[in-house]
Every structure is written in structure tokens, then in C-alpha cells.
Design a protein around this ligand. Structure first.
Ligand SMILES: *[C@@H]1O[C@H](CO)[C@@H](O)[C@H](O)[C@H]1NC(C)=O
Ligand SMILES: *[C@@H]1O[C@H](CO)[C@@H](O)[C@H](O)[C@H]1NC(C)=O
Ligand SMILES: *[C@@H]1O[C@H](CO)[C@@H](O)[C@H](O)[C@H]1NC(C)=O
Ligand SMILES: *[C@@H]1O[C@H](CO)[C@@H](O)[C@H](O)[C@H]1NC(C)=O
Ligand SMILES: *[C@@H]1O[C@H](CO)[C@@H](O)[C@H](O)[C@H]1NC(C)=O
Length: 561
């Protein structure tokens, strides 16, 4: 409504009007809490814009990804190289001509492309950016030590460019990340359970049946964590973590490669957690860290990481990411395009895992007294494997697992349900008591796909072992490490990597996984649902997916082709 009004006003005030087009009309441009406005930037200040050029053959890409990821297809595992991906999706000559011509006519020359040719990243001044993107107005915002330049007003492009661009990055979205906290800091009561079992590599390896022999040994196997925070993992923390918790299995104590710039500053819990747990689960496997990539004030670190994947012909086989945003805060065009990027990774045999989030089903306030659950993206993308969280049933022992009430899960309002999960999800929807229908969208992609323990981890950060660290940011690298170990055994047998796992995972129908059937996750604190979201149930559920890996069984089932 508001949008139409704004456009109508623009019509009255300008003669160009009908020639402009909003690429991201539904992008939330409000300033997230915690960011302080510090004024409009000077016309000569530099800004960095990322143009997502319209790709070709996206339908073919989707179809091919389905084939290479489906174990019943003769094409299974026949992945493409980045060069082959480029031949498939690169933008048309016309698109290049129109976009370059437009940029050059405004004097923008400092642009970098990626190997797949479908992104252009350009440095320019705020003044030129505002001319290129009518409506935009660049301001500076600060949060702690971070500073970003954003436009609180919507941008448009001239209509003749609209068919050549998916979106422009570096204008609206603020950096977000999942907040990993130690429950020792937030929840005083939990302090009392002094003899509570903390999760360590040994506990994980015991629960998931990993033996000392289950470590990597294949050459050129590798895994990665991607982090988008102004906080860093410290090599000394990793070394100390391995010294304290790494006995009994062969492991590496150093990251093989850091892509991007590690700042100074303090180590972050999140950063320490990811690295320490992917390297103790996917033990003895070469590990990369992607961190705050980008040349200067990184405009959209997550987008920057996506660009890197399209600009490096050799990247690790498994990537775990603890990052997410509310679906309703993002433009559909942006999410669709990022989804294409996940397809481009999957078709290369790369597995991308996202944490499902730490707010259960989430809650979105619609109108007075009306709420709905709030799915999160990229967790809701049909082309990533989304990881939920569990706790031990008996917190004092290695027992079976139940729902961790924070485990993110639900149904997308953007992406329709993919075929691979139709049967599993419809069985769940028929078989159990559900929250009121108005809270969620049964036609959407349902997540998570799989889970692991997410409660009470020990993490070494700033040289200090910290207990009670919880969240799906913990379960995601654990599942990632196990997939890397499976890749390792596959490589030793001459098989290709697992790639995009979901079609195969859903075909297993829970075989080789510990089904989680107890507990519900949290949601809206209102009279209708009283804080309760979905509940775990036998087989797949939108709280813990298919459950948690029984490593030796999963390895055996994923090693036959
Ligand atoms: C992609 O990689 C090339 C070669 O390393 C580099 O010159 C270019 O700047 C990169 N593109 C982006 C967008 O960073
Ligand atoms: C794996 O772990 C479960 C539970 O901890 C146990 O019941 C099972 O026997 C173990 N071994 C295998 C090979 O599944
Ligand atoms: C650890 O990995 C290396 C290759 O990176 C391999 O040569 C070695 O055998 C592995 N160690 C074990 C115990 O498997
Ligand atoms: C694989 O090995 C090649 C050659 O040694 C190396 O250049 C490349 O970086 C490795 N790739 C990964 C992802 O480790
Ligand atoms: C429900 O999800 C579908 C995608 O599966 C979407 O097209 C539709 O708009 C969604 N409905 C609502 C009310 O968000």
C-alpha cells in the first residue's frame, strides 16, 4: 500500500517516472535495532555496489542439480566444474552490453567480475551511486565497532535495465548473524547444575559412534566454515581447545587457510565454536575459514562469500554457515537469486549447511492480536541442508536426544515445497497435532533436514574454556564434520563427493539416523499457541528434521554409490 503510494507520488513529481523499476520492492528498509544513524555520507565518499546480473538457463541448472543429486539417476555425482557452470549460467552478451554501457556512461570503471560472470562489483562515489539508482540515499550507521553505509530509501533502476539485473547489493541489507551465547551468562538458574554433562568432542564422538579410526585421510579433502562477524577465531584458542579436548583421535590443530581478513580484536564465541567443532568432528581434515571477505568496509559479508564461491574454482566440499535473517525482511528477488547461487554450488558437488536458527518457529507480529511463525532464510532455501538442534534426554549422561526448544524450524513463505520432501512432510502434517493453520504455510519448503546436539558445549575463546554454549551454530559444524568424514571415505573409494545431500537424505527415510520424537520448540508467546511451535514426532518433523546421525550406519548407507 505504502509502496504504491510512494510510486504514485513519484509519478506526479517526475517525468522519468514510468521508466524506473524497483528490483526489490518488498525489501525491508527499516534500520534494525542497535544500529545508530550517524549522518548522510558526503557525495565523494566511496561506496561499493554489487550488481547481480540476470543469469541464463536457470531452469536447466535446477533440472541438472536434481539429476546429479538423485542417487537413482545415471547422472548422480556427475558434477560440473566451475567453468562448466559458467558456460551454463553466464549472462547473455546483451545483458553484459547493457549493464556495462550503463555503468560506463556514468563514469563507473572500477568493477570486478567473478568467474561465472554473473556478478559485478563496483567502487564508486555516493553521488554516482545515487544517480545510478534513483531513490537511493546513502547514510552511515554504526553498531559497536562496525560501520556500514546503507540507503534507508528504496532504489530503482531505469526500466531498460530491469530485465538484466536481479538485485543490487550494498544498498539495503544490514549484516545479521546468529547470536551464540553461553547460557551461563543468560540463565543464572542453570549455573546450579554443577555436574551437568558438558558437550565435548569426546561426548559427541561417543554419542554419534565415531571411533578413533574415524578421521580423515584422503588427500585434497577439505571443509570450511563461513563467518560474517567482526569477531574472529584465534589460532591459539583452537590449539588450546585441541590440547584440552582433542585426546583420543587424530586431528589438526591449525586452520589450513583463511580467506578474507581476520581483524584484531577479541575472539568471538561463534567463531571459536564453528572452527573447534568442525575440526574435532571432521578430524584430520584440512579446514578453511571464510571470514569477512571484502576490500574495505564490507557491505554485505554474506553476499561477498557467495561471490567468492563463484570466483574460486577450487573450494572445500562442505561449508557450514551460522547465519540467517527473517524471510519477511528480505526481497523475494534477492532470495531467489541467492537460491540460484546455492544451486550453482550444489551442481559442483559442494554441500552447503545452514544452522536452522535459535528461535524455534519464530514469531511475527502481523496485526493487533494476530501472529504467525517466522521462517528464516537461508535456512528455508530448498537447496541447502538445514541443521536443527537437540539436547540429551538426561543431561547427566550420554543418552538419547530430545528437541532443544530453541531449534529453528518451519515452513517457507517464499519457496514452494521441493519434491524430495513431499512425502515426508505430508506424513508429518497428517500424523500429529499441529499449531493453528494461520501460523504457517503448508505449501512451503519445510526445514530443518537433519539435527545434532546443540546444547551445553564447551568452547575455548580468548584462552578460556567456556561452558554452556548452545545453539544450532553448534550442531551445524558437527553435522558438517561428519559429512566431510563420509566424503573422505568416498574419495578413498574413488567416488565423488556427496554434494547437495537432501534428495538422498530424504530417500533414506530416517535410516541411519537417530529419530528424535520428544519435545516441542518455542514460538509466539500469545494466548493461541502459548509459546509452543511444532513438536517432534516419529520420522521427519519441522523441529529436528530426520534426526541425528548414527555415523557408522550413515557412512555405510552413503558409501554404496
Ligand atoms: C575474482 O577473482 C579475480 C582473480 O583473482 C579478481 O581479480 C577479481 O577481483 C575477483 N572478483 C571479485 C568480485 O572480487
Ligand atoms: C551406536 O550408538 C547407539 C546409541 O548410542 C547404540 O545403540 C549402537 O549400538 C551404536 N552402534 C552402532 C553401530 O549403531
Ligand atoms: C591424516 O591425514 C593425512 C592426510 O592429510 C594422512 O596422510 C594421515 O594418514 C591421516 N592420519 C590418520 C590417522 O588417518
Ligand atoms: C586441492 O589440491 C590442489 C592441488 O594441490 C590445491 O591447489 C587446491 O587448493 C586443493 N583444494 C582444496 C579445496 O583444498
Ligand atoms: C505460502 O507459500 C507459497 C510458496 O510455497 C507462497 O507462494 C505463498 O505466497 C505463501 N503464502 C503466504 C500467505 O505467505
Amino acid at each position: 500500500m505504502l509502496l504504491l503510494l510512494t510510486l504514485a507520488m513519484a509519478v506526479l513529481h517526475s517525468s522519468l517516472v514510468l521508466t524506473v523499476h524497483l528490483l526489490e520492492h518488498d525489501q525491508d528498509t527499516s534500520v534494525p535495532r542497535g544500529w545508530v544513524h550517524t549522518g548522510r555520507v558526503a557525495p565523494s565518499d566511496r561506496v561499493q555496489l554489487t550488481f547481480a546480473l540476470k543469469q541464463q538457463n536457470v531452469d536447466r541448472l535446477r533440472e541438472l542439480l536434481g539429476l546429479v543429486s538423485n542417487p537413482d539417476s545415471p547422472q548422480y555425482g556427475k558434477f560440473l566444474t566451475l567453468e562448466e557452470v559458467t558456460s551454463l549460467v553466464h549472462p547473455s552478451d546483451l545483458t553484459h552490453k547493457v549493464v556495462w554501457g550503463w555503468l560506463q556512461s556514468h563514469g563507473v570503471a572500477a568493477c570486478h567480475t567473478v568467474l561465472t560472470q554473473d556478478f559485478l562489483q563496483c567502487d564508486t562515489t555516493a553521488q554516482v551511486a545515487e544517480t545510478l539508482l534513483p531513490g537511493s540515499e546513502f547514510h552511515r550507521y554504526r553498531k559497536g565497532r562496525r560501520s556500514v553505509v546503507r540507503s534507508p530509501a528504496r532504489y530503482s533502476v531505469h526500466a531498460d535495465l530491469a530485465q538484466h539485473l536481479d538485485f543490487v547489493g550494498g544498498v539495503h541489507r544490514f549484516p545479521t548473524e546468529m547470536q551464540t551465547v553461553s547460557r551461563a551468562w543468560t540463565n543464572g538458574a542453570r549455573h546450579e547444575a554443577k555436574f551437568h554433562l558438558g558437550v565435548t568432542p569426546v561426548v559427541l564422538r561417543s554419542r554419534y559412534n565415531l571411533t578413533a579410526a574415524d578421521v580423515g585421510s584422503a588427500e585434497n579433502n577439505s571443509q570450511a566454515v563461513a563467518q560474517f562477524l567482526e569477531q574472529f577465531y584465534h589460532p591459539a584458542d583452537l590449539a588450546e581447545f585441541m590440547a584440552i579436548f582433542g585426546s583420543g583421535f587424530k586431528h589438526m590443530s591449525q586452520v589450513a587457510r583463511v580467506v578474507g581478513t581476520q581483524g584484531g580484536g577479541k575472539a568471538g564465541l561463534e567463531a571459536s565454536l564453528d572452527v573447534e567443532y568442525i575440526m574435532s568432528t571432521g578430524a584430520n581434515i584440512s579446514t578453511w575459514v571464510f571470514t569477512n571477505p571484502g576490500r574495505h568496509e564490507s557491505q554485505e559479508p554474506f553476499l561477498q562469500w557467495m561471490l567468492l564461491l563463484s570466483n574460486m574454482s577450487s573450494v572445500p566440499w562442505v561449508h557450514t554457515v551460522s547465519y540467517g535473517d527473517d524471510e519477511d525482511s528480505l526481497a523475494a528477488a534477492y532470495m531467489m537469486r541467492i537460491n540460484n547461487e546455492f544451486m550453482k554450488a550444489g551442481i559442483r558437488g559442494i554441500s552447503i549447511l545452514f544452522a536452522s536458527g535459535d528461535s524455534g518457529a519464530g514469531c511475527r507480529h502481523l496485526t493487533k492480536g494476530t501472529n504467525a511463525f517466522r521462517p528464516s532464510f537461508p535456512a528455508s532455501s530448498p537447496y541447502v541442508t538445514t541443521v536443527g538442534g537437540t539436547s540429551f534426554k538426561n543431561p547427566f549422561q550420554v543418552t538419547y536426544e530430545v528437541t532443544d526448544y530453541i531449534s529453528g524450524g518451519g515452513f517457507s513463505n517464499i519457496f514452494p515445497m521441493p519434491d524430495y520432501q513431499l512425502a515426508a512432510v505430508s506424513a508429518y502434517l497428517k500424523g500429529t497435532t499441529l499449531p493453528p493453520k494461520t501460523y504457517f504455510n503448508t505449501s512451503g519448503r519445510a526445514y530443518p533436514d537433519i539435527a545434532a546436539l546443540s546444547d551445553n558445549y564447551w568452547v575455548v575463546s580468548n584462552r578460556v574454556p567456556i561452558p554452556w554454549v548452545s545453539g544450532t551454530s553448534a550442531s551445524t559444524p558437527v553435522v558438517g564434520g561428519m559429512l566431510s568424514l563420509i566424503n573422505d571415505q568416498r574419495f578413498l573409494k574413488g567416488l565423488p563427493s556427496l554434494g547437495f545431500l537432501n534428495p538422498r537424505l530424504y530417500q533414506l527415510k530416517g535410516q541411519a539416523l537417530f529419530d528424535v520424537t520428544e519435545g516441542c520448540h518455542l514460538s509466539c508467546l500469545d494466548d493461541q499457541v502459548e509459546g509452543k511451535g511444532f513438536c517432534a514426532a516419529p520420522s521427519w518433523d519441522p523441529v529436528t528434521g530426520w534426526g541425528t546421525p548414527n555415523y557408522p550406519s550413515l557412512l555405510a548407507t552413503l558409501l554404496d554409490k
